[in-house]
Design a protein around this ligand. Structure first.
Ligand SMILES: *Cc1c(COP(=O)(O)O)cnc(C)c1O
Length: 425
């Protein structure tokens, strides 16, 4: 088994003699067979192979295999976006009448997905603070709970999930823990090693890393024993009538059932595939992920330290700072660094934040994070602009809060840019 640095570069693909060194883009919707019997075996999941790109494509499989190796999983798949990855991961386990326990500190899109869209599908949810006590977490479970969800480092709150605490509670109730590992990436944290069962990603962020393609991924750690909780997971443990009566957990085992069902059922019916061209570009990003993450983290650490002592900054949130409330958890789960995103509150609210951002020359104003180029956002004047200052304060998002995603430029230049913009307030 190689180190992650090597897997980033070479994982998932070993060309044979005379084959292309770089992964081929299989730009084809369909695949040809000599007899209909041959193809029939694929439809029956009796043989593995390709017949239609909505279900599987060799380029996508190669890149999914690399992400699977990076996370230390047993099976993986790509999706068209991070939203699709999180929806598929949860919907592969839950149906109408079921319930999800989720950390309240998660990406806004995922919060909407769970609390609004999945609620309309009859799937209920209970949100708990990531810092909740074991008793509070325990109280969130119901007999119909089917999974627990959280983010290793939450976007945008930058809270750190106590993965072991959430995994232990999930497992006590016979359900898996799903962890969205978008911000640290497997370079900085491998949640499966800490007890997570399923890992998801918005590959749009650091994995792609160049702001080029929206995408997602799901990885199964292969450790959850579905058959031991067969009553909770009929979709995995009883015959799928829409798939020739296959019982996924029996036929594909603990390591393969989750991703096979997710592909054969959810991709077949909902069709959120990643384009093979995008998978190719994602793989180019992955080849330098280990190098970029180190620089993103070093730049963010330097910026956070600079902001920490600046008179115009009320507070800084970055778990690499020793006085950050999540420093201890971050040291445990991400000893080599977390991510490149730093958030800080400026003295002077919306106006100060607007002035600051308009004065930046290097960091661009964008609704994006985790890009090679530095970018920033003031929630009060953009994503949360319909809220009053009072509503923002209640949501824990002060009007003067700025989220700055450090790119991989020179730390000196990023700090100089931030410094002159602070002087302009
Ligand atoms: C961006 C993001 C998502 C959504 O991903 P898309 O690729 O934009 O659909 C989900 N989770 C986290 C933590 C994110 O940062």
């Amino acid at each position: 088994m190689y180190n992650n640095d090597t897997i980033c570069v070479q994982g998932g693909y070993t060309p044979g003699n005379g084959e292309p060194r770089q992964i081929p883009i299989v730009q084809s919707t369909t695949f040809k067979y000599a007899t209909s019997e041959d193809m029939g075996k694929l439809f029956d999941l009796e043989a593995s192979g390709y017949f239609y790109t909505r279900l599987q494509n060799p380029t996508n499989d190669t890149v999914a295999a690399k992400i699977c190796e990076l996370e230390g999983g047993t099976a993986a798949m790509l999706t068209s976006s991070g939203q699709a990855a999180n929806f598929f991961a949860m919907f592969n386990l839950c149906s109408c009448g079921d319930h999800i326990v989720s950390s309240s500190s998660i990406y806004g899109g995922t919060f909407n997905l769970i609390s609004v869209t999945m609620a309309r599908m009859g799937i209920e949810s209970t949100f708990v603070e990531p810092d909740c006590t074991a008793e509070e977490l325990e109280a969130a479970f119901r007999p119909n709970t089917k999974c627990v969800f959280g983010e290793t480092v939450a976007n945008p709150a930058l809270t750190v999930l106590d993965i072991e605490k959430f995994a232990a509670a999930a497992h006590r109730h016979g359900v898996p823990l799903i962890v969205d590992n978008t911000f640290p990436t497997p370079v900085n944290c491998r949640p499966i090693e800490w007890g997570a069962d399923i890992v998801t990603h918005s590959t749009t962020k650091y994995m792609d890393g160049h702001g080029s393609c929206v995408g997602g991924a799901i990885v199964d750690g292969g450790k959850f024993d579905w058959m031991a909780h067969a009553d909770k997971f009929p979709g995995l443990c009883t015959p799928d009538e829409s798939y020739h009566g296959i019982t996924y957990a029996e036929k594909f085992g603990q390591g393969g059932a989750f991703i096979t069902k997710c592909t054969a059922q959810l991709m077949r019916d909902l069709g959120s595939i990643q384009a093979p061209q995008h998978a190719f570009l994602l793989n180019l990003g992955l080849e330098s992920l280990h190098l970029r993450m180190a620089r993103h983290c070093a730049n963010a650490q330097a910026l956070a330290e600079f902001l920490h002592d600046h008179p115009k900054v009320v507070s800084v949130r970055y778990c690499g700072l020793p006085d950050d409330p999540y420093h201890e958890l971050a040291q445990k789960y991400m000893p080599n660094g977390s991510c490149g995103v730093v958030s800080f509150e400026l003295d002077g609210g919306r106006e100060a934040a607007s002035r600051f951002m308009a004065s930046l020359r290097l960091a661009a104003i964008e609704t994006h994070v985790a890009d090679a180029r530095s970018c920033c956002l003031n929630p009060a004047t953009s994503t949360h602009r319909q809220m009053t200052d009072e509503q923002l304060a209640a949501a824990g998002i002060p009007a003067g809060l700025v989220r700055l995603s450090c790119g991989i430029e020179s730390a000196e230049d990023i700090i100089a840019d931030v410094s002159q913009a602070l002087d302009a307030i």
